[in-house]
Design a protein around this ligand. Structure first.
Ligand code: PGA
Length: 255
C-alpha cells in the first residue's frame, strides 16, 4: 500500500496571524476527525513555519515549505536553506513548482541540486512536474514530464527516491479552473510510475506516492482520486479555505 497524501500549497497568501488561525482550525478539525489512511500536509510561507509548527497539537497535520535555497548556507541574502526549514519541525518541501520554474527560471539541474540538499537535511521532497498548455496541445507532454523527472530526480540513488513524492501538475490547470480529466491524470501518473519502475525497480515504483495538482476542489477530487495511480493531491486555491480543504481530504479517505 502506498501512502496517500493531501498537501495544501498556500503560495504567497495569508499574513502571519491569518496563517496561524487557518493552521489551528485545520489542526482542531483533524484532531477530531483523523485523516485515517491519508497524510495531511500544509505548506505555508516560510515565515509561518516555526510559529505553526509550535502550535500543531493533533499529530495529524504535517508541515512543509514551498521552496528552499540551492545552497547549503552562507552569503546568499534573502534565501532560506533546507536545514533551516527542517529546524522548524517542517518535514517536507515542495521543489520544482511550475511557478518557480517559470517566474524564477529554475531549471532541471538547479532543481536537482535543491532536491539533494533537501534530502540531505532530512526533508522529504514533493517534486513537481507538468507540461504547459502548448505542450499538451502539441502532444509532447509525456516527453516533457519524462525530461523533468529524468533530469530532476534520476541522478538520485534508490534509497533517496524513498523520500520523494511526485506531484503531477499540468500548468494549464493550475489556478485556471481547468482540471485534467481523471483519464488524463491517470495516464500521466502511470507514465511517471513506469519511468520510475524502469530506473529504480518495482518496489520503489509501487511505493511512490504521485499527487495530482491543478484546480483540484471538493467537486472533482473524488473522481480524480479514484484512479489507481493517483495517490492524492497538491491543492492550491482550495487549500486556503478550511471547508474546501477538509472536504478534499474526506474525498481522499473514501477512495
Ligand atoms: P491550484 O494550484 O489548486 O490553485 O490550481 C495547485 C498548485 O499550484 O499546487
Amino acid at each position: 500500500m502506498r501512502k496517500k497524501i493531501v498537501a495544501g500549497n498556500w503560495k504567497m497568501n495569508m499574513n502571519y496571524d491569518e496563517g496561524l488561525e487557518l493552521a489551528a482550525s485545520l489542526d482542531q478539525y483533524f484532531s477530531e476527525k483523523a485523516p485515517s489512511g491519508a497524510e495531511v500536509i500544509i505548506c505555508p510561507p516560510f515565515i509561518h513555519l516555526a510559529g505553526i509548527s509550535q502550535n500543531l497539537k493533533s499529530g495529524n497535520v504535517a508541515l512543509g515549505a514551498q521552496n528552499c535555497a540551492s545552497e547549503a548556507s552562507g552569503a546568499f541574502t534573502g534565501e532560506v536553506s533546507a536545514d533551516m526549514i527542517r529546524s522548524t519541525g517542517a518535514e517536507y518541501v515542495i521543489i520544482g513548482h511550475s511557478e518557480r520554474r517559470s517566474y524564477y527560471n529554475e531549471d532541471d539541474s538547479l532543481l536537482n541540486k535543491k532536491t539533494v540538499l533537501a534530502l540531505n537535511s532530512g526533508l522529504k521532497v514533493i517534486f513537481c512536474c507538468g507540461e504547459i498548455k502548448e505542450e499538451r496541445e502539441d502532444g509532447s507532454y509525456f516527453e516533457v514530464v519524462k525530461r523533468q523527472i529524468e533530469k530532476g530526480l534520476f541522478p538520485l540513488a534508490a534509497k533517496e527516491m524513498k523520500n520523494i513524492i511526485i506531484a503531477y501538475e499540468p500548468v494549464w490547470a493550475i489556478g485556471t479552473g481547468l482540471t485534467a480529466t481523471p483519464d488524463q491524470a491517470q495516464e500521466m501518473h502511470l507514465h511517471i510510475r513506469e519511468l520510475v519502475r524502469e530506473k529504480y525497480g518495482t518496489e520503489i515504483a509501487d511505493k511512490l506516492t504521485i499527487l495530482y495538482g491543478g484546480s483540484c476542489k471538493p467537486s472533482n477530487a473524488s473522481d480524480i482520486f479514484s484512479r489507481p495511480d493517483v495517490d492524492g493531491g497538491l491543492i492550491g486555491g482550495a487549500s486556503l479555505k478550511k471547508d474546501d480543504f477538509t472536504a478534499i481530504v474526506e474525498a481522499m479517505k473514501q477512495t
